[in-house]
Design a protein around this ligand. Structure first.
Ligand code: TXE
Length: 480
């Protein structure tokens, strides 16, 4: 079985203990490769390498850092098919989605920051004729980047690219559930000639390798994307050490549909925002609120289109929903469908595990599921399920829609469907979410800030904010 390796000090190496654990292909429910079971000793070696590399990398001219990052982006594009296949095999998502979204976006992340550093500027403030103040940004040092399993290479590069571009050196850990593309990425970094120690990738479990990264005294900043519960643990560890922290956490996003919307567009995009990537995107709209006069018509069109979705082998180009990322997650999602029934919900579409035949006979598949008849306060509508499960509720007034939308502890994203321009702006201003889409979903301009409110996170990623996160900022005041 293929053994993945850590990437430390420019070399692909075994974990210190020599221990590995199995990496499961979720479409088959079977192991297909072995992952380094790294711990504090591996993180210590990675951090030493990153510390040694920092002086040279942080003073490498921006244009030279840019050249090497662009080379890595080009290698990702060269290996698009191989990386998409690996992402699909590792995560369970349709290979077509990996090819269209995950891998191109990984390359785009790197290109964006490789060129952003060429166009950075600093603020200057003239204090009458008495002084000049200027703001200086310097790379913060060795940083930790910890990423989840839903969009593996996409989110891994979303953190690593700004850190490297800013001049930091990095100790990174992909999710233990989806380590394959991070491993392939490390091989591309070797091929591109990234200097030794600039990026180090340590594979392993969160509580062991991840926790060791957060605890390491020489790691000055942590950028984390994952569950809110894990975010709390990381904040509790990193807070007293005064590390810089960026936490991108869970969501329970409202999708608000007014009767004056472009109906066809609202339905077809809501199918995407509900079920893309098996609903395993923190930005999915898992709570759909529909104005009562449109409710019945929406339910009929939405369930018809849901029924037409193909749950199948991720390697089949016609598949809409592939496998759930892990057996534990499959069981979690199924338990929420049971909870919804106990809470009085009606499953109007789906609701069951899917048993496929052939190579996928023992894989982890779930029908896209639509639930009605629940209150906005029940657990099903309050907790993040992170699977192909949506609830639909009617509302009577704009005020009521806002109460429902803002009723969870999360505040990551929201979608609003209306052709009324004034209402669109009014509602967008009132919804407590870090990103609001009006008449679209998942449309991203990489220059815009990204992040959550409430328990969906702290800090902003994307744009120049991410570059700033990885720097120390000072004001220099020169008296004239
Ligand atoms: O993620 P974890 P899990 C949500 C979703 C899901 C839930 C739990 O609801 O069901 O979170 O998923 C590393 N110190 N999201 O448990 O644990 C871990 O190894 C340092 C939302 O799989 O948060 C992995 O690399 N690191 C989400 C990363 O954290 C630790 C995406 C994320 O894993 C650690 C995924 C520790 N103590 C799940 N413990 C989103 N917002 O996109 C774990 N890790």
């Amino acid at each position: 079985m293929q053994k993945l390796l850590n990437y430390i000090n420019g070399e692909l190496v075994n974990p210190v203990t020599g221990n590995f654990f199995e990496n499961i292909n979720p479409a088959e429910g079977k192991p297909y490769s072995l992952v380094p079971d790294s711990g504090a000793a591996d993180v210590a070696l990675a951090t030493e390498a990153a510390t040694r590399a920092f002086a040279a990398w942080s003073t490498t001219p921006a244009k030279n850092r840019s050249v090497i990052l662009l080379k890595i982006a080009a290698l990702i594009e060269r290996d698009l098919d191989q990386l998409a296949l690996a992402e699909s095999t590792d995560q369970g998502k349709p290979v077509a989605l990996a090819k269209a979204l995950d891998i191109p976006r990984a390359a785009a992340n790197i290109r964006f920051y490789a060129t952003a550093i060429l166009h950075e500027s600093a603020h200057t403030h003239f204090t009458d004729n008495d002084a000049i103040n200027y703001t200086q940004h310097t790379p913060v040092g060795v940083v930790g980047c910890i990423s989840p399993w839903n969009l593996p290479l996409y989110l891994f590069t979303w953190k690593i690219a700004p850190a490297l571009a800013a001049g930091c050196t990095v100790v990174a850990k992909p999710s233990e559930i989806t380590p394959m593309t991070a491993y392939l990425f490390s091989r591309l970094c070797v091929e591109a000639g990234l200097p030794a120690g600039v990026l180090n990738i340590v594979h392993g479990y969160g509580a062991k390798a991840g926790q060791a990264i957060v605890e390491h005294a020489e790691i000055k900043a942590i950028s984390f994307t994952g569950g809110t519960a894990t975010g709390k643990i990381i904040a509790a560890t990193a807070g007293p050490m005064f590390k810089k922290l960026s936490l991108e956490l869970g969501g329970k996003n409202p999708n608000i549909i007014f009767a004056d919307c472009d109906f066809e567009k609202a339905v077809s995009t809501s199918i995407q925002s509900s079920f893309a990537n098996q609903g395993e995107i923190c930005l999915c709209g898992s709570r759909i609120f529909v104005e009562r006069s449109l409710y019945q018509k929406f339910i009929e069109a939405f369930t018809t289109q849901t029924k037409a979705l193909v749950v199948g082998d991720p390697l089949n180009e016609k598949t809409n929903l592939g496998a759930i990322a892990s057996e534990a997650h499959l069981n979690k999602v199924l338990s929420y469908i049971e909870l919804a029934k106990k809470e009085g919900g009606t499953i109007i579409q789906g609701g069951k595990q899917v048993k496929l035949s052939g190579r996928c006979a023992t894989g982890y598949f779930i029908e896209p599921t639509v639930i009605t008849g629940l209150s906005h306060t029940c657990r099903t509508n309050q907790e993040e399920i992170f699977g192909p499960v949506v609830t639909i509720m009617p509302f009577d007034t704009e005020e009521e829609a806002l109460v429902y939308a803002n009723s969870t502890p999360y505040g990551l994203a929201a979608t609003i469907w209306t052709e009324n321009l004034k209402r669109a702006h009014r509602v967008a201003a009132e919804v407590k979410s870090g990103i609001i889409w009006v008449n679209c979903w998942l449309f991203r301009d990489l220059r815009t800030p990204f992040g959550g409110m409430k328990q969906s996170g702290v800090g902003r990623e994307g744009g120049f904010e991410a570059l700033r996160f990885f720097t120390d900022e000072k004001n220099v005041c020169v008296k004239l």
